[in-house]
Design a binder for this molecule. Sequence first.
Ligand code: LAN
Length: 753
Amino acid sequence: MGKKDAAGVSSETQPLLEKSSTKKRLSFDLTDHVAKRQRIEERTDHTRWRMRDDKGRQSWVYLEDDQALKDWPQSFADKYFLGLPVNAPDLPKPTTPLDAVRNGLEFFEKLQLPSGHWGCEYGGPMFLLPCIVIAWYVTKTPIPWYYATEIKNYLFARANPEDGGWGLHIEGETSVFGTSLNYTVLRIVGVDADHPVMVKARATLHKMGGATHAPHWAKWWLAVMGVAQWDIVNPTPPELWLLPDWVPIAPWRWWIHIRQVFLPMSYLWSKRWQAEETELIRSLRQELFVEDWAKINWASHRNTINPRDNYHPKTWVLNTVNWCLVNIWNPVLRTQAIAKKGEEWAMKLIEMENENTDHADLATVSGPMNTVCLYVKEGPDSYAVRRHRERAHEFLWMKDEGLLANGTNGVQCWDTAFAIQAVMDAGLTEDPRWRPMLMKALEFLDDQQIRENVKDQDKCYRQQRKGGWAFSNKDQGYAVSDCVSEALKSVIILQKTPGFPTLIDDRRIFDAIDTLLTYQNPSGGCSSYEPPRAGTWMEVLNAAEVFGNIMVEYEYPECTTAVVTALSLFRNHWPEYRTKEIERFIERAVKWIKTAQKPHGGWYGSWGICFTYATMFALESLASIGETYKNSDYAKRGCDFLISKQREDGGWSEHYRACETGEYIEHPSGSQVVMTAWAVIALMKADYPNLEHIKKGIKLIMDRQQSNGEWLQEAIEGVFNKSCMISYPNYKFTFTLKALGMFARKYPNETVV
Ligand code: LAN
């Protein structure tokens, strides 16, 4: 058994505690690290890190013990993730796209984790690590030296080389949000204020106005720490949760992520809870602000914000609401009883979320916030707090640059589904060479299917999920329309391939279909976690400032297409099941896709960058009902749009700023393999007649393949809420393979090299 470590840090060979573990086993040494100086080193020994895959729960373990090191050798995937040499052999130079697929699979297969899924870094956003680390600090959770050291290394590596600050995401320009919070993290993990990196970052922060110019979420975290006073935080009253369901602005109607963040925010705002004051907190009060801390007029800075952080300025409606809350509601009308009732109901909802996810929670913002709420309500020693501490590690990822926070607790089901489909598109599912890999992937999806709806689904405002799949794993358990669809397609494809067993029987497939059919909106399109529960006018209440399109669900071409293609595949095999509804669903969905086309012919992407990504999905939807370049004006205009963006070298290259501005923008670093793959997949789906364009794209993808079969990481691929980018490192395998494989099957007689 490995050494028992700081609160919940799974150490060495000790498995993560199961839910069934007795409360007694959950006793940690809660030494007050606040008083102690955090141990921090220059670097850790990267050969000591291991990724533990506990049935799809990923956590990084640092083996301090030499015996444990021998007993648990570093795997190929560990080394790859850590950027250590993997020594993958050179493969015969491919002469055809299919050879290139085989080489790619040779490499990609080695990255499959023991439970059958593919893992990866899921970083990008720069506000997630602060959520975890500040939550640790205020709940007095010790941070092991190897975490502290690698968090420091990651943030040092990611500081803007010019001004030393941090942005909203790794490629973004420096902002107060990124800089104030990551500076705080560095101080928590033990970096001195006079370290040159800190001096530089602080100067930049001060130039931007200091922490009084931070957006709402940063102000909230700093108030929780006691580094700022609560009066600087715009109100988030928990009594909003008491509004009857019919009220148009009731929070149950908001997008799942925003309401799950608002929930703990509202609880702690209402309590005006602050962490115990420490030397560090006193010092941060001096470091983060331009003004003399004691003289700051906190209330006057509620709406102060640096323009760089102000992607979505608050509307006059929200400003008026906030004014009324601050000046009338809070001081005059808000009775103790109302506040208490609001807090109680918010806590009840937090508890339901914990129960439904075994304390993993929806994502990396709400999880740490909930940890603090439970610490406040139940104290440091409760099961819930300790289980939260333990599960936080599933949100961390170790790489060559250091330790970062993932956007969710992984990308397990999503990437696994695409990996299977890439093999299918190349026509290789029957090739015995890939059977063991595919079998493991199928077993993983079998294990990860969500078998039941959540308890008290209506009470906690959850969407039906039985038969679905989450983006990450079943513990998190939030079914998403496209995650269900992609996983379901992959399962059907494999189970209908000779040689594969039926692990998921018809009933379970029907469960998935029943859930999928709940996702259609009146418009015909599909959104992500739930059909919209209110109109987009709700965006007037967007208080987060740094994000757009965050308040409610929208329809997305990506999600809509995934559902359309899943239903189409399903009905080919089970033509009798809910036939009429499926037919009607597909018809309405594709109609909606047409309405979403932009005048230039492309579609705006919300989850990948940007028009290239969504146009691929939209053209696939059209193709699924037989509409292609030659018979559909929509498909033709979509293809013409893509062709107009193809570069000299045959590739595509869209910059993330397109997501912010809504205009196609070229990436200055030139063609990207992932985007090129999306574009050629789109053109092939639409039967674009001029093969030369497709061949040039395919050639670029082949040329970029390394001699061991891999592709190298290029610019960031994903996005959310218009302004924040997020990495999908496995796309450089799954979509390249898919593009090459599709080409090989569709044009078997064509050569490209
Ligand atoms: C994700 C990741 C997956 C993504 C797809 C499945 C790709 C998409 O097609 C549907 C939406 C979904 C599920 C999605 C929604 C928003 C997430 C969860 C993220 C981009 C990962 C991180 C992000 C989450 C909101 C980050 C926390 C930040 C907040 C603003 C609360």
